[in-house]
Design a protein around this ligand. Structure first.
Ligand code: SAH
Length: 281
């Protein structure tokens, strides 16, 4: 996948005693892995901790959704490894990614696994963590701004709101078999909370139908936010019943997050001043 020049002074040869075996290395002889949340796209939504981890990394493995300007933060000599190529080439499969992180870390590299949004939300970060821990790789996690929070912030939607929504449900609209997952739609509909649907742009018709069948009002406000926090951010306001048609007529080009719930109404420009006053109270 990549040519392997020596990583840097932290390479194993520099740190190991001559008789070292893998179980008896001094702590500095082994590298480590950090799962870093790259946030929704805008570089200034990275945490300081994320920036520091990227800057000290010997190797950065990144996903398709990670913005190029964020990769520019890495040292010039750091390896940048695209494990999520979509155009023309297949993304590296999860098992290969896991093995690559372990190989690099056990050879002394500080590896950053850069994942869009928060690394432990819908990004298979949990599988990577399990694998790395089992392989004895020291691992850290740096949280990131997840897409739902970025989308909500950009539209000034409060995901929870006293008397309007007391819970938030992060759901995926896309199971590993490509189908809509078998969520407990009744519980979701009855919760009265805000639903943040990831990976649901292509399955929204089914997601909406399931929620409506489970009792959620078809006129519940819904908004699809594409490219949240990025220069080409767009959004489409509608209702649970009408949003699927609008998205089908104008398929979004970019990662899209759907927020469903009464709080979405509060983002609309035409809300009356009285209501805004109520929100501020
Ligand atoms: N770990 C990520 C989610 C990965 S799943 C996070 O915490 O945000 C990928 C899905 O996230 C996309 O299909 C889309 O639903 C959502 N997403 C990621 N970035 C986004 C963005 N900038 N704008 C809107 N949705 C985004």
């Amino acid at each position: 996948m990549f040519a392997s020049p020596p990583l840097d002074a932290r390479s194993p040869a520099a740190d190991r005693s001559p008789d070292a075996d893998p179980g008896r290395l001094r702590p500095s002889s082994i590298g480590g892995a950090t799962l870093v949340g790259a946030g929704p796209g805008a570089p200034d939504l990275l945490t300081l901790r994320a920036v520091r981890a990227i800057q000290r990394a010997d190797a950065v493995l990144f996903d398709a959704l990670v913005d190029a300007s964020i990769l520019d933060l890495a040292r010039p000599d750091a390896r940048r490894i695209d494990v999520g190529k979509r155009c023309g080439r297949h993304a590296m499969n999860q098992a290969a990614i896991n093995r690559l992180i372990v190989t690099l870390a056990l050879s002394g590299a500080q590896v950053v696994r850069l994942k869009g949004g928060d690394p432990l939300l819908f990004g298979r970060g949990g599988e990577e963590l399990d694998y790395l821990r089992a392989a004895g790789v020291p691992v850290e996690v740096v949280p990131g701004v997840t897409a739902a929070c970025a989308a909500a912030a950009s539209l000034q939607v409060s995901l929870t709101h006293r008397d309007v929504a007391r819970s938030v449900h992060f759901i995926t609209g896309h199971a590993s078999d490509g189908q809509v997952p078998a969520h407990d739609w009744r519980a979701l509909a009855a919760s009265g909370g805000t639903i943040a649907a990831y990976m649901a742009a292509n399955t929204l018709r089914r997601v909406a139908a399931n929620l409506i069948e489970a009792g959620l009002c078809p006129t519940t406000p819904a908004v699809a936010v594409t490219n949240a926090s990025r220069p080409r951010q767009t959004h489409v306001h509608a209702t649970l019943a009408t949003l699927p048609d609008l998205l089908e007529a104008n398929p979004p080009s970019g990662p899209t997050l759907v927020l469903i719930g009464a709080v979405v109404r509060h983002s609309q420009a035409d809300q009356d001043a009285q209501h805004v006053g109520g929100l501020a109270a």
